[in-house]
Design a protein around this ligand. Structure first.
Ligand code: HPA
Ligand code: ZN
Length: 337
């Protein structure tokens, strides 16, 4: 429709995108073959073919059901060229949807745990970032996510490796975040990590309020001093929290198709878009894991438009909020506005 063309043309920022979540089944099978990695088709028939895997991705029971596939797929990423191919494919797709600036997560521990060096991951991602900026003019940043399903000392070790290796100081990494299973791992478990990041002057975000309650968002603010909240879907269960998010201009990086696919909401009409707009909370609309959830950023914008019928003015305020919530230089913000 005409409105979809308007949405396609809007200059966008993406703040909630797991690079491993852009691993399309075609590239997964290609890299698995190249690297002699056997996908576990003996245990799960979904890995028998690209078509079977795509069919399996059509529905997930919850976050952990999805994460099982997401972590297995990662095992096919071995050398720097694999990470470069993965990230370059995402940047080129994003640029085609008029994403001008992207802040991208990667799951460091999941790669180092299986014997891929931290430096290999970062080298490949950086090569893709450089090529994408040159080819498409898109600016990109990396946010290192630590995973909640591994113990705190493990997260501390990976964080210290990145910090002491100068990866934050030299601008290779922009910030730290946390992702993976939520409900059993409340933010209060991670104070040591967030204290260390704050002490080193490193920006901090965390996935909270996706499957977990609004109280996890409160914990993230009170105990971790998180400057951004990834998802924050359930924040509207707590009016005082919303008031605080508005006052502090904390960005919620929302992901509607992800919420739908992981059954956090039963339909897009349950996504709190009206509340986000009317409360004045700063938020952006993002794709999370587009290879798994049925759409990149534009498809997320379009499904919201088809459900909520926003005005041109409302969309302009959304993309402006996304620029203002970005962690780029003031100079770059001016270019994006
Ligand atoms: N939530 C938590 N962990 C994740 C996600 C998510 O949406 N995507 C990749 N890891
Ligand atoms: Zn996420």
């Amino acid at each position: 429709s005409q409105f979809h063309e308007f949405l396609a043309a809007l200059p966008k920022c993406e703040h909630h995108l797991h690079i491993e979540g852009t691993f399309e089944p075609e590239l997964l099978f290609e890299l698995a073959a190249k690297n002699n990695i056997t996908l576990p088709a003996d245990k799960d028939a979904a890995f028998a073919s690209i078509e079977a895997l795509k069919a399996r991705y059509l529905t997930f029971a919850n976050l952990d059901d999805f994460l099982g596939y997401y972590y297995i797929a990662m095992s096919a990423l071995i050398d720097a060229a694999d990470f470069e191919a993965l990230a370059y494919a995402y940047f080129s797709k994003a640029a085609s949807q008029n994403v001008r600036h992207a802040e991208v997560f990667f799951d460091a521990q999941v790669h180092t745990e299986r014997g891929v060096a931290f430096e290999t991951v970062v080298t490949g991602l950086k090569a893709a970032q450089r090529r994408a900026e040159k080819d498409f003019g898109i600016t990109t940043e990396l946010i290192m996510c630590l995973v909640k399903h591994l113990p705190l000392p493990d997260a501390m070790k990976t964080f210290a490796h990145a910090r002491d290796g100068g990866f934050f100081a030299d601008g290779t990494l922009l910030a730290v975040g946390m992702d993976s299973s939520e409900a059993p791992f409340p933010p209060k478990m991670w104070t040591e990590l967030y204290d260390a990041a704050k002490a080193a002057g490193i920006k901090r975000t965390i996935h909270a309020g996706e499957e977990g309650p609004a109280d996890y968002v409160v914990q993230a603010l009170d105990l971790l001093d998180a400057q951004r909240i990834d998802h924050g879907l359930r924040s509207f269960e707590d009016d005082a929290l919303i008031k605080r998010l508005v006052e502090q201009k904390t960005l919620l990086t929302t992901c509607p198709l992800s919420n739908l696919k992981l059954q956090c909401i039963k339909s897009i009409s349950e996504f709190p878009l009206r509340k986000l707009l009317d409360s004045g909370v700063r938020f952006s609309i993002n794709s999370d894991d587009p290879a798994y959830f049925g759409g990149y950023i534009l498809e997320n914008y379009c499904v919201l438009q088809d459900t909520f019928g926003l005005t041109v003015k409302e969309w302009e305020s959304i993309v402006t909020g996304a620029v203002l919530g970005s962690w780029c230089s003031e100079e770059r913000k001016k270019q994006l506005l």
